[in-house]
Design a protein around this ligand. Structure first.
Ligand SMILES: Cc1cc2nc3c(=O)[nH]c(=O)nc-3n(C[C@H](O)[C@H](O)[C@H](O)COP(=O)(O)OP(=O)(O)OC[C@H]3O[C@@H](n4cnc5c(N)ncnc54)[C@H](O)[C@@H]3O)c2cc1C
Length: 355
């Protein structure tokens, strides 16, 4: 006779197991990224970290399944970003660049999609990006001029992260027809492309950020992934940059682990509220609730600053040692305040800070 089934527990249901990529990000954070973070901040992201990121599948979190990615929901991508950013800002920042090229390729048609979307989705190649200079309008730091069967790039990219770590770079320039043109290049010195020494930075110094000199770099038409009127690109970029970066919450959470339970409790409630509104806004239709998104973003920044400053205060004088986690998090928080800044987010933040 088969024994009767065990009685059902009366307590609350067990939470469902996390998505496999969330579990993998957690393991990577606990076993590698967090224990090494202060050293990485001082000395740079080692190649071994990138190998582990490539092996983890996290580079394909949002990539289409048909190309070897996980095609995971946005909530999973956000949670993995929170985990990585809270563990090691520099490693998170190097790998986060990769997701824009994947998104752009997934929406594109043509030869570069077939050449690169698979390797980027499967984590065989890591991509960096060089496009934030498009926001410098009316200045045009990088121009792309038609030349034979391709495009010739000239100018200066002020910021390029992951030099020496990533394999390909997504480069943007402005054409004579006032279009934003994006094309892939190999991420190495080559005729027409040179890099500065790694910039000495107050935060994310380990992310190997350089500036790039473009002196006639030629890329074939087959390398182009997007060519669109500048105003259309800028309108999309505006919408993308209005949402709060999940790293804001990852970093704030990491700072809370440095506080005593009672102090942290107040922050936690605030963080849970701001985070859930931020993600509800991110999931609402693109182009909707713009003022709310901007207001929430500045509120999240205020929370981040308060949490990281509290971690410094709680740790006392020792936090001024460059090896102390609290001041690393506070410096990384400063960086997030300007990352992806546009005229609009800059003005909103300044107005909130002045109140
Ligand atoms: C460490 C680090 C690494 C980075 N890595 C990368 C990377 O790998 N790839 C990449 O593409 N980007 C990268 N960036 C760029 C980053 O996202 C930009 O900081 C961000 O887009 C703001 O650019 P900026 O400060 O250079 O722009 P700025 O041109 O100085 O300005 C930012 C925005 O504010 C506006 N603005 C500036 N001054 C004024 C003013 N006085 N009045 C009104 N509006 C103004 C500008 O028009 C622009 O829209 C990196 C930045 C840093 C600091």
């Amino acid at each position: 006779m088969t024994p009767p089934p065990p009685p059902r527990p009366d307590g609350p249901c067990e939470p469902p197991p996390p998505h496999p990529l969330v579990a993998r990000a957690r393991r990577l954070a606990d076993d590698l990224l967090e224990p090494w973070a202060e050293r990485v901040d001082a000395e740079g992201v080692p190649a071994g970290h990138i190998q582990e990121i490539k092996r983890s599948g996290l580079l394909g979190v949002s990539a289409p399944r048909a190309y070897g990615g996980a095609g995971a929901p946005a909530a999973v991508a956000r949670e993995t970003a929170e985990i990585l950013s809270g563990a090691c800002g520099a490693t998170w920042f190097v790998q986060t660049q990769h997701h824009t090229p994947v998104r752009m390729l997934a929406r594109s048609e043509g030869p570069v999609r077939e050449r690169l979307l698979g390797p980027l989705s499967r984590g065989e190649l890591l991509s960096g990006v060089a496009y934030a200079h498009l926001r410098a309008r009316p200045r045009t730091p990088v121009r792309a001029v038609r030349d034979g069967g391709g495009w010739r790039f000239a100018g200066t990219v002020p910021w390029y992260t992951g030099w020496g770590l990533n394999d390909v770079l997504l480069l943007a320039g402005i054409t004579d027809g006032d279009e934003a043109l994006f094309a892939f290049a190999e991420a190495r010195e080559q005729p027409g492309l040179g890099a500065s020494e790694p910039l000495r930075l107050a935060a994310l110094g380990g992310a190997r950020t350089v500036s790039l000199e473009l002196d006639g770099l030629w890329l074939p038409e087959e390398a182009v992934v997007l060519r669109t009127p500048y105003d259309r690109w800028a309108a999309d970029d505006r919408l993308r940059t209005l949402d709060t970066n999940p790293a804001v919450f990852g970093l704030a959470r990491a700072a809370l682990t440095l506080l005593d339970e009672e102090t942290a409790a107040g922050f936690r409630a605030r963080l849970a509220r701001v985070r859930s509104v931020a993600y509800a806004l991110a999931d609402s239709p693109p182009g909707s609730r713009l003022d709310e998104r901007l207001a929430l973003k500045t509120e999240a920044f205020a929370l981040l600053q308060a949490a990281t400053t509290a971690a410094v205060v709680a740790g006392g004088g020792r936090t001024m040692l460059l090896t102390h986690r609290a001041q690393r998090l506070a410096r990384e928080a400063l960086f997030l305040l300007v990352q992806g800044q546009t005229r609009e987010t800059r003005a909103a933040q300044l107005s909130a800070l002045g109140r």
